[in-house]
Design a protein around this ligand. Structure first.
Ligand code: LMR
Length: 394
């Protein structure tokens, strides 16, 4: 039987991680996978998470199963973190999932159950794994214009023109903040317009929120998701705790489905729990418990927010310094968008050949579409990157 299996294409981001590991050059620069790094290139366990972990070790008395949806307290705290008080608790169904990717997958699965013909409209470009999962699931995909590589901003007219092609019951997948891979984000005014159009055509918004707290702050980064959830009859939200709590390997995420008609909750909640049971049964609990502990304790929460804020402002500063270095070295404003982008990523907008040249000649690893992870830089490596970009003749 196994001889019938075909070799699968390697995930580009993960393959890049491996090539970086194998490169013997000491001054190589990893701007690939979306993992936060401090100025020393480490991904530390956040202080509040470490304390929560100690507490858990001392106080936890059982590892027996939770529920199919995970601990309801985790869902409650995450609903507050993501949605604040914009929608009634009674309108939100939620299940814990293995990471944000698990939430995305369960969200697509729910859509397929509800409407097997639904087309998923995705930004061009989007996180490559969105496309890979959708392909694996055999779900139809339609790209909508998003990134304008000339300006490094958004082709908003193109985006709207493509979104209005959606049919009732289709899904429009949106990045709640810190767009991956481009770093270019809609303003709130633009979000309002997008929401209007989605409602006009009767599509359902699905938000991937993987970087809350990495862009303009915890509240500001949730603003678009809140706007969508309170303005649309139904909203699907896949949120990740991997980045903002730094608990990548614990696989902690949540899928929320908001239905303004609370009568739908019983069936929606039951469907989400059913999907968990079919796909992996109980969701992982350790990371979820760390998150609910941090969010539920005023002192730990304040410390977590402070550390997250330091990470965010550090990345903003690196963006500013990189844009300045590039202006000075290239004598042009072409890369000013780097300072305006938000989150971990920016798309430089250079050719795959240039990306390869930067890797081969300078040991600079970025994803093939020229996405860089700003957190992979520090004050010493920014000038090196700027010079490498200029030398490559970009
Ligand atoms: C990324 O985009 O690099 C991250 O979301 C990690 C991943 O799983 O691809």
């Amino acid at each position: 039987m196994f001889e019938a299996l075909k070799e699968q294409p390697a995930d580009k981001i993960l393959a890049l991680m491996q090539s970086f590991k194998e490169d013997p050059r000491e001054d190589k620069l990893d701007l690939g996978v979306g993992v936060y790094k401090d100025a020393h290139g480490n991904t530390p366990i956040m202080r509040a998470v470490k304390t929560a972990e100690k507490r858990l070790w001392e106080e936890q008395e059982t590892k027996a199963y939770t529920g199919l949806a995970g601990d309801p307290l985790f869902a409650e705290r995450m609903r507050e973190l993501v949605l604040g008080d914009t929608v009634e608790a009674g309108t939100v169904s939620a299940v814990a999932t293995p990471g944000g990717t698990g939430a995305v997958r369960q969200g697509f699965d729910m859509v397929r159950m509800a409407n097997p013909d639904a087309v998923i409209h995705v930004s061009d470009p989007t996180w490559p794994n969105h496309l890979s999962i959708l392909k694996h699931m055999g779900m139809p995909v339609a790209p909508y214009r998003y990134f304008d590589s000339e300006s490094g901003g958004i082709d908003f007219a193109g985006m709207i023109a493509d979104i209005v092609q959606a049919k009732p019951g289709d899904v429009v997948l949106l990045h709640g903040c810190c767009h991956n891979p481009t770093g270019a984000n809609l303003s709130l005014v633009e979000w309002k317009h997008v929401v209007e159009k989605i409602n006009e055509v009767g599509a359902i918004p699905m938000i991937d929120l993987a970087y809350q707290g990495f862009g303009d702050g915890l509240e500001a980064d949730a603003a678009a998701t809140r706007l969508v959830a309170e303005s649309c009859p139904e909203t699907i939200i896949a949120a990740s705790c991997s980045k903002n709590f730094g608990i990548y390997r614990e696989r902690t995420g949540i899928l929320m489905a908001v239905a303004q008609d609370p009568a739908k909750k019983k069936v929606v909640q039951g469907t989400l729990a059913y999907l968990n049971r079919q796909n992996f049964s109980f969701p992982p609990d350790h990371g979820a418990r760390l998150v609910l502990t941090v969010l539920g304790d005023a002192e730990l929460r304040a410390d977590w927010e402070a550390e997250l804020e330091d990470m965010r402002t550090g990345m903003l500063e690196l963006r500013r310094v990189l844009a300045d270095e590039l202006r000075q070295r290239s004598n042009s404003d072409r890369f000013e968008f780097l300072a305006e982008h938000r989150g971990m990523f920016s798309r430089l907008g250079v050719s795959p050949e240039m990306v390869e040249k930067l890797r081969a000649d300078h040991g600079v690893y970025m994803v093939g579409d020229s996405r860089i992870n700003v957190a992979g830089l520090n004050r010493d490596t920014v000038p090196k990157l700027a010079q490498a970009i200029v030398d490559a003749g970009i």
